[in-house]
Structure formats: structure tokens, C-alpha cells
Design a protein around this ligand. Structure first.
Ligand code: ATP
Length: 249
């Protein structure tokens, strides 16, 4: 199935190849812990071009997930500027932020966050329905089924998450994140809960679908093999982000 051939994204003109999908500069993130400020991100700058894959590695607690939450507009930067898909999200109110997320992003977490009472088809369909209120139910179901088929779950459409394996649930999560053909996929250890073989299969699907749709990815991972597949690798250390030079192949 060619996902790129099915319904496109509304209101999002194709971006030039050298367009930045993420342009974050001098971002600080400080939280209050027991009444004291704790500076989690320190002057983080990150630029990712359209359709590029960036991996973020680094020790536990260094601030990787915090950065992803800021890029997704799920937390607010304390200082600095974050532009995603041409929108400066630092100044958006909650409603505008919800619209931004709906139109621009797909998000995959380590734990799958599927809705337990809904079938695989409805979990994926719901995401598309919310993002594309212009589509009728038949179109939503058709596209959701096609996306599940693309991740190898064409035979599991009516299964609820509880009746799926971990790898299958993560593939539903991936289908849900990609069914809207987002310009940017943010993934937080998407294979972290899976065994090596299943994780590698999910990673293959993620790269394959993202490349087919021209989706850029920011990928947090502890898995060196996954990071090695990215176009660029960044390391987070105590709240500071630096690009890691790649070894020449
Ligand atoms: N809202 C918050 N309140 C207090 N501390 C926080 C908050 N959010 C994050 N932290 C702390 O900030 C640090 C960075 O957390 P973060 O989850 O971003 O790290 P990480 O690099 O993703 O770690 P891991 O690889 O273990 O997932 C941690 O010490 C965490 O406890």
C-alpha cells in the first residue's frame, strides 16, 4: 500500500527540501521542585530539516524527554524560542497549541497509550477523525485500515490492545501517529519496551513509513543501532545538547 497516495494533509503546503521543520534556539526549561528552581534544559538549540531523522541519545535524567515534551507543546519553555513547522509555538495559547499538534505532529511513546476499550482500527481511526473532521467515517476507516495494513496488522483490525502483543501494540501506536501524515514524528524510546527482534521490526516500519511520507523524525533512544540509522545524532548531557560527529562510513 502506498500511504503517500492516499488523502493528503489539508492546509500544509509541501515544504521545500531545505525547510527547517524544527528551529529551536536557546531553550531553557526550569521547573520548581520543593520550592526551588531546577534547570533541566540549558540553552538548547536544535535545527532539523524537513524529512530529516535526528536521534537524541544521552544518559538517563539528562533532559531528553523534557525536550521532546517542549517540541510537542506539551510543556512550555521557560526561555528561548521553538519554531516547529513554521509556527512559533512558544507564544501559542492552549487552543492554538492543540490545533498545531493536530496538524503537524505524530507522537509515539515507549508505553503505547492506546485506548483499551477501542479496537486497533478505532484507535487509529480516532486520531484521523480528530485531525481531519472533513473526512467521512468511511474514508476514515479505509485510511486507518490501510495504515494498519502497512504496519502488518491488517489481520488485527478488530483486536483491542489487550489482545495484542507488545510489538503489535507499538505498531498500532505507530499507525496512529502516522495516519495523519504528520510533517514531524516525535518518538520517545519507541522500541524501548520491545525485545530486540520486535524492536528492530518496529524501527524498520517507522523509518520506512516516515521516509515514504517525507516525515521528519526526532527519536529518543538508548539503542545505538537505532541511533546509527538517523541522519544526525545529538547527545544530551545534563541539559545541554550537542551534535555528535558521525564516523565516516
Ligand atoms: N516536571 C518535573 N518536575 C521535576 N523534575 C522534573 C520534571 N520533569 C523532568 N524532571 C527531571 O528532569 C530530569 C530530566 O528528565 P527527563 O525525563 O527529561 O530525562 P531523560 O533524559 O528523558 O531520562 P530517561 O532517559 O531516563 O528517560 C530528571 O532528573 C527528571 O526527574
Amino acid at each position: 500500500m502506498n500511504i503517500a497516495a492516499s488523502p493528503g494533509r489539508p492546509g500544509s503546503p509541501a515544504s521545500a527540501p531545505d525547510d527547517a521543520i524544527i528551529d529551536a534556539s536557546a531553550v531553557d526549561y526550569t521547573v520548581q521542585v520543593a520550592g526551588k528552581p531546577m534547570r533541566i534544559l540549558r540553552g538548547v538549540s536544535l535545527r532539523v530539516e524537513a524529512a530529516q531523522v535526528a536521534a537524541i541519545i544521552g544518559p538517563s535524567g539528562s533532559g531528553k524527554t523534557s525536550l521532546l515534551m517542549l517540541l510537542a507543546g506539551l510543556e512550555r519553555a521557560s526561555a528561548g524560542r521553538i519554531v516547529v513547522g513554521g509556527t512559533d509555538i512558544t507564544g501559542l495559547d492552549e487552543d492554538a497549541m492543540a490545533v498545531f499538534r493536530r496538524n503537524t505532529l505524530g507522537i509515539v511513546f515507549q508505553s503505547f497509550h492506546l485506548i483499551p476499550s477501542l479496537s486497533a482500527l478505532d484507535n487509529v481511526g480516532l486520531a484521523l477523525e480528530i485531525a481531519r473532521p472533513d473526512l467521512d467515517l468511511a474514508a476514515v476507516r479505509k485510511e486507518a485500515a490501510a495504515t494498519l495494513e502497512a504496519v502488518g496488522l491488517g489481520g488485527r483490525l478488530d483486536h483491542r490492545p489487550g489482545a495484542l502483543s507488545g510489538g503489535e501494540q507499538q505498531r498500532v501506536g505507530l499507525a496512529r501517529a502516522l495516519v495523519t501524515k504528520p510533517r514531524l514524528l516525535l518518538a520517545d524510546e519507541p522500541t524501548g519496551n520491545l525485545d530486540q527482534k520486535t524492536g528492530a521490526a518496529v524501527a524498520d516500519l517507522m523509518f520506512d513509513l516516515a521516509r515514504r511520507n517525507g516525515t521528519a523524525m526526532v527519536l529518543i533512544t538508548h539503542d545505538p543501532a537505532l541511533a546509527a540509522r538517523a541522519d544526525r545524532v545529538f547527545t544530551m548531557m545534563q541539559g545541554e545538547l550537542a551534535e555528535t560527529p558521525r564516523e565516516k562510513k
